[in-house]
Design a protein around this ligand. Structure first.
Ligand code: GLY
Length: 362
């Protein structure tokens, strides 16, 4: 099929966003914040996608990795934007998104786990990320239900959380045109501006090396929250995070597996999560196992997103891409939205995105 006519009816350029997940809808939100725009969001199945599985950690410290300095700078920049993003979305939609600012505790069980956290603390300090080392006792003063075996860790006050399901619910309430047609070929999209933002699905549309990275996770449920902070733990070398919601839900994540598009929840995956979770916070064993699920993170070869113009799009359309957010889609939503809105409306952005262009993969 060929692109024949513009869908333009109002004189304004039409904008087609491929992907109705957190990234696509955050871009739509930012465009609406900056003026009236004619936006269609194409998504054949909004009940799929990484956002519905995501825990919602906003973790520029606890999710940072040695050697990924440009990505960490982008994560910090997006975190700086999160409070205003949450407030603007709340104001526009009237809906809560579970944005919470208690911060994240890094928690270690053994001496080796502690050494790993100590190395990270040094790295965060060099990067200018706020971090405060804590002893086991200081950790238990903040979270009394942590295991007495917890040895030490740190407090990352700048690592917050949002509830991705509430976030998606709020974003889907925006005045946008939603189209359920599946886009297999960009030349069938008739908009003047096309933004490809459909996570793992972007690989076949763009040729970019975006691959699925499976994550299994659990939702546990109790009458009361066991902890107030997000907990990022390592227990005998096994990593886990625990994200508490106000209603007593505790999200436990996540495995990281290279298994193509398989989303089976496995007994081994559940074990890999429950074992370190219960080692660090024994009370999890008493909670109801409410839901097990698996999602596909859109990974790239350098773990960083791809943001910017996409050469070789359909003739007559400006094509851009915002994909490959890997473990950081919810955190990076505000900065991604700002960058894409800048590029669509002004042709350039003041955010430093030199490290995130398409050219590094072409
Ligand atoms: N950001 C957490 C995860 O991807 O599992």
């Amino acid at each position: 099929m060929h692109r024949t006519t513009s869908r333009r009816t109002t004189g304004r350029p039409t904008i087609g966003i491929i992907g109705g997940g957190v990234i696509g809808l955050a871009i739509a939100f930012e465009l609406l914040e900056r003026g009236e725009h004619d936006i269609t969001v194409y998504d054949p199945d909004p009940t799929r996608g990484a956002g519905l599985v995501a825990a919602g950690m906003l973790a520029p410290a606890a999710e940072a990795v040695f050697g990924e300095e440009a990505l960490q700078a982008l994560m910090l920049e997006s975190m700086r934007r999160w409070p205003a993003f949450a407030a603007r979305l709340r104001e526009r939609t009237g809906r809560p998104i579970g944005y919470r600012t208690e911060g994240t505790l890094l928690v270690a069980l053994t001496a080796d786990d502690q050494a790993e956290i100590d190395r990270l603390v040094g790295y965060y300090r060099r990067a200018g990320t706020p971090i405060e080392p804590l002893t086991g006792r200081q950790l238990r003063e903040r979270e009394p239900l942590l295991s007495p075996r917890v040895r030490g860790g740190a407090f990352a006050p700048g690592d917050h959380q949002a509830d991705p399901r509430l976030l998606l619910g709020a974003l889907r309430g925006l005045p946008l045109r939603f189209a359920s047609q599946k886009i297999d070929d960009l030349s069938t999209v008739r908009d003047d501006v096309i933004i490809v933002a459909n996570g793992v699905g972007s690989a076949s549309l763009t040729g970019l090396p975006v691959r699925p990275v499976k994550g299994q996770m659990l939702r546990l449920r109790g009458a009361e929250p066991l902890v107030r902070h997000v907990i990022r733990g390592v227990a005998a070398g096994r990593h886990v995070y625990l994200v508490p919601r106000a209603d007593g839900e505790l999200v436990v994540g996540a495995t990281e597996e290279e298994r193509g598009t398989d989303t089976t929840v496995t007994a081994g995956g559940v074990l890999d999560l429950l074992r370190p979770a219960a080692d660090l916070l024994p009370g999890v064993a008493e909670l109801a196992l409410a839901e097990t699920l698996a999602g596909l993170r859109p990974g790239t070869p350098d773990n960083a997103p791809v943001l910017g113009p996409l050469p070789g799009g359909p003739p007559g359309a400006r094509t851009l891409v915002a994909t490959g957010h890997y473990r950081h889609g919810v955190l990076l939503a505000p900065v991604t939205a700002a960058v894409l809105a800048d590029l669509v409306l002004d042709g350039s952005t003041t955010v430093d995105v030199d490290a995130f262009g398409v050219a590094r993969f072409t």
